[in-house]
Design a protein around this ligand. Sequence first.
Ligand code: TXA
Ligand code: MG
Length: 310
Amino acid sequence: MKTILTTSPTEAAEHIRRGGIVAFPTETVYGLGANVFDENAVARIFEAKQRPADNPLIAHISSLEQIGQLAVEITESANKFIEVFFPGPLTIVLQKRDEVPLVATAGLDSIGIRMPRFELAKQFLAACGTPVVAPSANLSGRPSPTTWQAVAEDLDGRIDCILQGEITEIGLESTVVDCTGEVPILLRTGSVSLKDLRTVIPETATLNGDIETIRSPGMRHRHYSPTAKVELVDDFPTAINDAAAIGIGAIPDGFGYSIACRSVEEYAHSLFEFFRESDRRGISTIYCQIVPVNGIGAALIDRLRRAAEA
Ligand code: TXA
Ligand code: MG
């Protein structure tokens, strides 16, 4: 299959309307989209990414009205979060309608819903005329792509089209919160922090260990891992040429590759592309400086820990 590159959201949407699968940029990472109601197209996403069939997808919408096509009911907690955080990097999980095929939700009776705020994503989704399910547009287990080139590196020849945009603004995947029950439950951290959610609903809970893997199946799979070994450090060791380093502030001379970030936001924005570039350069060990766990720092530490475990 030849993968078409385009900067036109309407041309990219045309592929979705014809039953194709299309990578597109959002403010978090690039997604690999299909029409949620087209079971064949949705199945092709799992095939192209080599994604385990038990890992559910997030539906992306361009208007709040589209929630009615996906969810049985918008719960009170969902309503509050939507009011504050939509459009933006927050995914809410609600009971799904019967019309939503089980292949999209990996057999679950719930569906994750997100409304991106990035302009090109909005234009693309509006032109699709339907909610679009999209996981991150990487091969399963690789770091999520933040550039269209990273998408092509993993998926060229496996998908119909790539909508080319800039490097994504945030660089980490959306926050996921389960709003199906009495109390909302944070399932995945992102740039919308637990503190942000609790500003809106103070009772918002978190999960730990075993329960988390049951409620958010995707979290138990390997994630975000470069080929190089990842080590988390407070201070950098003596530099060697086949090691790489990323952190905040100064980095000692002598690493084969390094990025000194000015803020936690810039660190989050740069991390996944830094992992990929380290692999391209044949780096053997990547040293990542630990950051405080407030704001997007919690999400950054979560992704760093997963990468270091792999
Ligand atoms: O920022 C993002 O969320 C990006 C962009 C493309 O929107 N998408 C993304 O998708 O990161 P993915 O498939 O890589 O991660 C989706 C996460 C997984 O951890 C999955 O388990 C969880 O969301 N999830 C999706 N639907 C769910 C559901 N119904 N119940 C619980 N967790 C769900
Ligand atoms: Mg992913």
